[in-house]
Ligand binder design. Sequence first.
Ligand code: THU
Length: 130
Amino acid sequence: MTNQELIKKALEARQNSYSPYSNYKVGAALLTEEGKVYLGTNVENCGYSPSNCAERSAFFSAISNGDSKFTKLAVVGSSEGIAYPCGICRQVIVELAPNIEIICAKDENTYEVLTIKDLLPHAFTPDDVK
Ligand code: THU
């Protein structure tokens, strides 16, 4: 699957955003080694803390369905520029998919492909608790 196709999936996921508090819609699409795509969107809550980001929604859905080998993650937000994962999502990425390509996008034609080392240098990793 191309980066553009995966971004399109993330744009589809963004349509499902439940974000009545921030009005900031986010979509994520997570590609497995076998070519399956898990969609995620942000789901907010009036208690604020229970809210979940799009990226983590996608990862938790994949893990819940028995998939744990990933190759790419595409993320789109709804502001003017490219969307980058928040700090908590970066920590989840380094745990579950330290080698994936992270496609940070505004739309199909405007995106950057980054690694978790780019986004979270000197990370706290599973090796640190061995
Ligand atoms: N959000 C995400 O879904 N992913 C990110 O990486 C950054 C933030 C969501 C959380 C909240 O619903 C809204 O964007 C505003 O912060």
